[in-house]
Design a protein around this ligand. Structure first.
Ligand code: ADP
Ligand code: MG
Length: 472
């Protein structure tokens, strides 16, 4: 006999009368399982409500290849949403120790649901909690996936300038010794400062084709070798890169002694070479600085949750942190109305909106195409339009793109379908958090997302509400 007190401790049965509990217990089948036994499997259809009367179980779920484990202690009921909605069990349950269980058949569950108001209310509460937990988990997954993708892209983006910087510094360290030798040779041959300044001033700027460059190098190397200059193959490329020709060098060769000429040309080439390496390294350092600064601005690090933001800076920062995704085949054009004033907003959340829209455009175009971003003012609203020239959204899908879990990307990611939350989250951020509107139009020529944000701040703002999921 199943103890009625034990049943009454379960949330869905808590409000039932003694008679109802007795009616229930008569319809339940009691059984025990040994430690390690699996008594309910992920994917199987639910035919009963399963109640854990004594013992402890663990629930496991294969989520994207990884195993999620959760522990439950008696008394506990499993499968309310599955029985209600006739859907398969989302987890596998395994006994952690010897357990006493009971099954309530589907038919008895439904009979009670129809005839007993307090039971149907309790079931509705369980369902509502279940949906909230499901949504929170999905939002968290989406947030983590977004963060992971962002971090991977940034790591890749930082890698190039960082390795340019490191190899540049390595080269500098090695070359400093050689520079010392070149400086001593200058002293030994008493080369004047005017000569060095003259050599340093030679050359022109401008782009030359690889063919022109190698032709210029070969002519210089031959010319230097004919004047018995040592290591012409080192000097010629550096001078050729600056468009220095044998004609430029001839006056120096004719006025200086061979020793002086060689010392002067070797020094000059080395200094030019090192200057270029330092320029590259400085460029790399600046790029790292820019990426970190954009990342800080993108996430509105060091700033309050709401502030007056410059929309254009925010969009530019978003594009900057997405460089890794756009650089291969996406042309981005910007047509900004610079007269737009700053507007009060939750900056990092809005950046999530631009990120989702741009990301969808890139995915729709398979990484190749055009994205046009326009801003303008429309009455009291700032308007941002993001257009792509991808394949467009089919008319029957257009009404659904802002719905949670709507996705057409079943085969995009190795870990399974996309979550279909990007635009739903974007909608909530724009509409619920900023009192704005977001809409889309699309045909075979492409897709345009249009976001309108009130310049005076959102009336739709709900004080204190914070979306746990979308905020990076
Ligand atoms: N620019 C676009 N071009 C074509 N389809 C799009 C575009 N933006 C969104 N979609 C469609 O809207 C769906 C929902 O987008 P989203 O909510 O971001 O979810 P997800 O990207 O995870 O599929 C996408 O799966 C896609 O079918
Ligand atoms: Mg998306």
């Amino acid at each position: 006999m199943i103890e009625l007190d034990r049943l009454a401790r379960l949330r869905i049965f808590a409000d039932l009368s003694r008679d109802r509990l007795e009616w229930l217990s008569e319809r339940m089948t009691e059984f025990t399982v040994a430690a390690g036994a699996v008594f309910l499997r992920e994917g199987e259809m639910a035919a009963c409500l399963t109640i854990l009367l004594d013992g402890e179980v663990h629930a496991t779920r294969e989520a994207g290849g990884a195993l999620d484990v959760e522990r439950y202690v008696a008394p506990e009921a499993f499968g309310t949403p599955c029985v209600m909605a006739s859907i398969p069990y989302p987890v596998t349950l395994t006994a952690s120790c010897e357990c006493r269980l009971a099954l309530l058949p589907d038919a008895a569950f439904r009979e009670l649901f129809i005839s007993c108001g307090s039971f149907s209310q309790a079931v509705a509460r369980v369902m509502s909690d279940w949906l909230t937990a499901l949504e929170t988990a999905a939002l968290n997954r989406s947030r983590l996936a977004g963060l992971g993708k962002l971090a991977a892209g940034l790591a890749h983006e930082l890698n190039n300038p960082a390795s340019a910087l490191t190899s540049g510094l390595d080269y500098l360290r090695r070359e400093l010794d050689a520079l010392e030798g070149a400086a001593l040779a200058l002293g030994r041959h008493a080369v004047s400062k005017e000569t060095l300044d003259g050599l340093g001033a030679l050359g022109r700027t401008g782009v030359q084709s690889p063919f022109q460059q190698s032709d210029c190098e070969a002519r210089l190397a031959d010319w230097l070798a004919a004047r018995r200059v040592a290591t012409p193959w080192r000097i010629a490329p550096v001078l050729a890169a600056h468009h220095v020709t044998p004609d430029d060098l001839a006056p120096f060769a004719s006025t200086l002694s061979p020793g002086q000429f060689e010392a002067a040309i070797a020094w000059s080439a080395r200094v030019r070479d090192l200057r270029a390496v330092v320029d590259d390294a400085a460029h790399g350092a600046q790029r790292i600085f820019d990426i970190v600064a954009a990342m800080k601005s993108y996430s509105f690090m060091d700033q309050g949750p709401q502030q007056d933001i410059d929309l254009h800076d925010a969009i530019d920062n978003t594009l900057m942190v997405m460089t890794h995704e756009t650089r291969r085949g996406i042309v981005v054009t910007r047509d900004y109305d610079r007269s737009l004033p700053r507007l009060p907003a939750h900056g990092s959340e809005l950046n999530q909106v631009w990120t989702s829209i741009v990301e969808n455009a890139i995915e729709a175009m398979n990484g190749q195409g055009r994205i046009d971003i326009r801003t303008r003012r429309d009455g009291g609203d700032a308007i941002v339009e993001i257009a792509d020239d991808g394949p467009g959204i089919p008319p029957d899908a257009l009404d659904h793109v802002f719905e949670p879990f709507y996705t057409s990307k079943y085969a995009l990611h190795a870990q399974g379908p996309s979550l279909g939350l990007g635009l739903h989250i974007a909608y909530r951020i724009v509409v619920n958090r900023h009192g704005g509107t977001i809409g889309v139009r699309s045909d075979a020529r492409g897709t345009v997302f249009r976001v309108a944000l009130p310049l005076a701040g959102g009336q739709g703002e709900q004080a204190g509400e914070r979306l746990t999921g979308p905020v990076l």
